[in-house]
Write a protein that binds this ligand. Structure first.
Ligand code: 1CP
Length: 269
């Protein structure tokens, strides 16, 4: 509540209202990757800065987050960042290579590599820049749109940490689930713990809606999804609701948080 009162009053709360199941005058609209390379003004900023430098510089992250809203009457702004800041905060190197996308120069090869990871409780201290970008953006939005924070879901993040880049099959990461089931659960627990701290921190910093992207759910059949994805998504939902409540007005809390977990992702107002 205290955090909420520090921000401008909402002028357009269409997305928040829809998320709570309340009536809206129009369907709220925002776009996947609404900040990005299709915008000349984004390319101009991007030409001068490395992708992760933009994420790590709150003024730049805020600037490109707001760019699409200056052009289109969107109902939400999604903070400019990437799901791969969690592996970075856990101590892994990630580069954004032009034309190639994200690349981990030293991905996880086997269970012994888990010892390379930083403790998940410490990871969030390295992500203060995301919290600062959210707080700045929420103020700059002046209540004209809802601010969305996000993270990757544990299986999706695990898949990148093992594959080291995008993959059509995720065969190495899937191989872990069969060959190293215990180590897979250990890794998923580390990512889950870091993600819970991270999402609660985002709410405290001013995020009003959270998206958890399970982008690589399609690589898991129903049983693997039930064993290696769903329990961690559920834990994130339960604990972020519980811990996020301290930073959230009561009427925005449990009753409006989504109860169901879909394969593509979870949206939690
Ligand atoms: C929500 C978000 C994401 N990335 C970016 C944003 C914020 C910007 C916005 O949506 O407006 C910036 C964001 N992230 C990226 C870009 C382009 C990079 C550039 O400008 O150089 C932008 C604008 C780079 C990126 N980052 C990622 C990829 C896919 C790699 C692969 O599997 O082959 C890529 C290409 C990982 C990533 N990143 C994200 C997901 C989940 C959503 C989805 O399923 O697409 C995933 C899987 C999420």
């Amino acid at each position: 509540m205290a955090q909420e009162s520090g921000f401008p009053a909402m002028v357009n709360d269409r997305l928040l209202r829809a998320a709570r199941g309340e009536e809206v005058d129009q369907v709220p609209v925002w776009v996947m990757r609404q900040a990005g390379r299709y915008l000349p003004e984004f390319r101009e900023v991007r030409a001068k800065h490395d992708f992760f430098t933009m994420c790590q510089t709150p003024s730049l992250s805020c600037q490109v987050t707001l760019q699409p809203l200056n052009r289109f009457p969107l109902d939400a702004a999604i903070i400019f960042s990437d799901i791969l800041v969690i592996p970075q905060a856990l101590g892994m190197e990630v580069e954004m290579r032009p034309g190639e996308g994200p690349v981990f120069p030293s991905p996880l090869h086997g269970p012994e590599d888990l010892s390379r990871l930083a403790p998940p409780g410490d990871a969030c201290t390295k992500l203060q820049y995301v919290f600062d970008a959210l707080t700045l953006t929420r103020k700059e939005l002046k209540g004209k749109a809802t601010l969305i924070g996000f993270s990757g879901a544990p299986w999706t993040i695990m898949a990148y940490m093992i594959e080291g880049k995008g993959s059509k099959t995720m065969s190495n990461a899937k191989g872990w689930l069969y060959k190293h089931a215990e180590a897979s659960h250990r890794l998923l627990k580390i990512i889950t713990e870091a993600t819970i701290h991270y999402l609660v921190g985002q709410v405290k910093a001013g995020a009003q809606v959270l998206q958890v992207f399970e982008s690589h759910a399609e690589h898991l059949g129903p049983q693997l999804f039930r064993d290696f994805a769903l329990p961690y998504l559920k834990q994130i939902c339960d604990q972020v609701k519980e811990q996020g409540e301290a930073a959230w007005p009561p009427r925005h809390s449990n009753d409006v948080l989504a109860d169901s977990v879909s394969q593509r992702g979870v949206t939690m107002p």
